[in-house]
Design a protein around this ligand. Structure first.
Ligand code: NDP
Ligand code: GDR
Length: 372
């Protein structure tokens, strides 16, 4: 009998890679997708299986983390051996705009899933993975951050995730559930949502290089992040549920770069030479511009990147750097893809899209490439 997994957030970046990974391991995979007014399954369409076919191994269910009875019903129908709670309003800046919804989904959504396991009496059967985050460290109290570093969340998102982190531990300690937290640092890929900083950069600069856009508007270029590849990180999510006892782990690369550095890498891969003006003056309200000297569609000396204070956050997480020693020593996990390699992969992917759009535009078709 193959193992059964239930993934919330299956239509997201991590959910799609994890579903692929588990299907390759022979799992039957159930995913929860939200009803949207337009299609939201692009990231899993390639593994979609016709519901009329026999022996379906990948099945999607309509649901929502804010809907308790729906979660209990799906859990009862699917009887999962493993639940991966990846669903979330995952955008930090958006959480300042929608704090209540973020709390409902990210904090109480986690509680609803844990309660569903308990209500159905699955405590001994079902293992639970919680997508915790380096955002818990926020205003960092120690560098690098490890499992014992104190938390100091700096956004409604991080505060909601703090509740989720502790309720997961509380259910482990109170009811003997195999439940654990992966404290994951930023991880990216060509499937990363278009409004997160890395994808915004690789997509925006690719469009600029192809003459589809003029300028990339950015927030804090000095923010430092520990970036890894989502494929490496979902492997670890699975490993965490295969142990003799449940434990929480930091998952990180142990290396740190600035947003500005990521822009430079992407420009390098696209053959754009960037010149930063007003470097070091990147404080709120001060306009810093980056001009481009050469690239296919870029006019020499034109502004390629400009600071727009709209993208500053009410409270910023300036620096994050993880220490993945525990994961390496206890699980043998080491990331295989560096941030630099990942940036190139993302650029190549987005450049391909931009080139197709540019071709359509040349032939008189309308193309809309905008994203916030
Ligand atoms: P994404 O934003 O790409 O995916 C989030 C998923 O959650 C999507 O499938 C989304 O559905 C779904 N979702 C959102 N709201 C609800 C809801 N109310 N009910 C059910 N599903 C919902 O995130 P990632 O894949 O990047 O991240 C996965 C998880 O890991 C998230 O919990 C995130 O907070 C956490 N995390 C991510 C890190 C990263 O660097 N990527 C680092 C640390 C933690 P839809 O497609 O319809 O929008
Ligand atoms: P983060 O990721 O907030 O770390 O959360 P994001 O890529 O949004 O921001 C990283 C840093 O870049 C700065 N930044 C900008 N960010 C965005 N989105 N847009 C901009 O224009 C911009 N300019 C500068 C930000 O201020 C920030 O410092 C991600 C999410 O995946 C969370 O769900 C997850 O928990 C954490 O990573 C770990």
């Amino acid at each position: 009998m193959s193992k059964v997994a239930l993934i919330t957030g299956v239509t997201g970046q991590d959910g799609s890679y994890l579903a692929e990974f588990l299907l390759e391991k022979g799992y039957t995979v159930h995913g929860i997708k939200r009803r949207m007014s337009s299609f939201n399954t692009q990231r899993v369409d390639h593994i979609y299986q016709d519901p009329h076919s026999k022996n379906m191994l990948f099945k999607l269910h309509y649901g929502d983390l804010t809907d308790t009875s729906n979660l209990i019903r799906i859990m009862q129908e699917t009887q999962p051996d493993e639940v991966y709670n990846l669903g979330a309003q995952s955008h930090v800046a958006v959480s300042f705009e929608s704090p209540e919804y973020t709390g409902d989904t990210d904090a109480l959504g986690t509680l609803r899933l844990l309660e569903a396991i308990r209500i159905l009496g699955f405590e001994k059967k079902t293992r639970f993975y919680q997508a915790s985050t380096s955002e818990l460290y926020g205003l960092v109290q120690e560098t690098p951050q490890k499992e014992t570093t104190p938390f100091y969340p700096r956004s409604p998102y991080a505060v909601a995730k703090l509740y989720a982190y502790w309720i997961t531990i509380n259910y482990r300690e109170s009811y003997g559930l195999y439940a654990c937290n992966g404290i994951l640092f930023n991880h990216e890929s060509p499937r990363r949502g278009e409004t997160f900083v890395t994808r915004k950069i690789t997509r925006g600069l690719s469009n600029i290089a192809q003459g589809l856009e003029d300028c990339l508007y950015m927030g804090n270029l000095d923010a430092l992040r520990d970036w890894g590849h989502a494929k490496d990180y979902v492997r670890m999510q699975w490993m965490m549920l295969q142990q003799d006892q449940p434990r929480d782990f930091v998952i990180a690369s142990g290396k740190q770069y600035s947003v500005r550095q990521f822009i430079q890498w992407a420009a390098e891969d696209l053959g754009i030479t960037l010149r930063f003006e007003g470097e070091g003056l990147n404080e709120r309200g001060i306009v810093e511009t980056v001009t481009g000297d050469k690239a296919h569609g870029v006019k020499p000396g034109s502004v390629v990147v400009q600071i727009d204070p709209r993208y500053f956050r009410p409270a910023e997480v300036e620096t994050l750097l993880g220490d993945p020693t525990k994961a390496r020593e206890l699980l043998g996990w080491v990331p295989e893809i560096s941030a630099r390699e990942m940036c190139r992969e993302m650029v190549m992917h987005d450049l391909g899209h931009a080139q197709r759009h540019a071709l359509l535009k040349q032939h008189g078709f309308d193309v809309n490439v905008s994203a916030e």
